[in-house]
Design a binder for this molecule. Sequence first.
Ligand code: TXA
Ligand code: MG
Length: 338
Amino acid sequence: MSARVLSLEEGISESVRILRDGGIVGLPTETVYGLAADAFQALAVARIFEAKGRPLSDPLIVHLPEAGWLDRVVGSLSPALTELVHKLASDFWPGPLTLLLPKHPDLPDLVTAGSDLVAVRVSSHPLFQEVQLRLGSPIAAPSANRFGSISPTTAQDVRIELGDRIDLILDGGPCKHGMESTIVALQENCLKVLRPGPITNDQLKKYGHVVFFGHALASPGSLPGHYAPKKELQIINTDIKERFFDPLGGYLAFSAPPKNIADGFASIEVLSRNGDLCEAAANFYTALRRLDQSKAVILYAEPVPEEGIGVAIMDRLRRAEYGSLFGTGHHQPLASKK
Ligand code: TXA
Ligand code: MG
């Protein structure tokens, strides 16, 4: 089986039909492509884990068409938390902010991997919105890649990752942000950033005390090695940039590279010629994927400035480096010997 790639009207109605029948579909969002299932059909949700090869201990984000649907998937909140959620929702939704809140008991436990917290967001992508409104049910959707590998920012990336495992991919063109949503756990006056993303710490500051948790601690799926290319990746020290070359290497440059770099590698990708961090984020996964498919045998990456969405890029880059060397860092239980 190979997934079909459809667009617009035909794709929307076919996506809704498949989701209603308990199938899974690759859908565009403004961050990365998601692998969608009806969040209230546990069997469909199980198919997501199977298709991605994702451990059942790693919970999924639930997507809603608007904040008004929150009480379908979120349990009761204190008045202070309700107020904070409403402020954040009205300022950032639809958009790339995911909130971690108490789970509604009716939402299948598989979605949250047994946790009593659920991650929720409202996507701004018009195709995602349309599918969701016609389906009339919340959508569980992780990024549409095999577990631990590079996230997809085009329909073609989804086809490469999961094309023989899923029913349909809806083509909405390249994703605007190219980087997954910011995940924030909320506690009255405190916002714990579990995964940096397009909504930056600076933007969150006015809503309370912002703590950067680094996601390995609190987010079970956020393993040290993730987003990894198949080839070995090394983040270089920029001090050596002026004299660095490797004719067998692939090079991921943040901005326009010096001549020794431009001429010194088998393959080179530039995230943003004029050093724009948002453009760099949008190109990041595509560039990494292209280098992984190039003739280079080893990959090198320049660090980017760690400010704004640069924090999210460096988070992904470090995990990609770790994952390329050591795997995801996910420990499967050892099979018992009989
Ligand atoms: O932009 C995005 O967030 C994309 C699009 C498709 O919406 N989705 C996405 O999902 O990146 P995924 O599954 O690739 O990453 C979600 C992260 C995982 O690290 C997961 O462990 C964490 O969110 N997460 C989800 N539910 C959680 C929960 N209940 N508690 C703690 N962490 C949670
Ligand atoms: Mg992911």
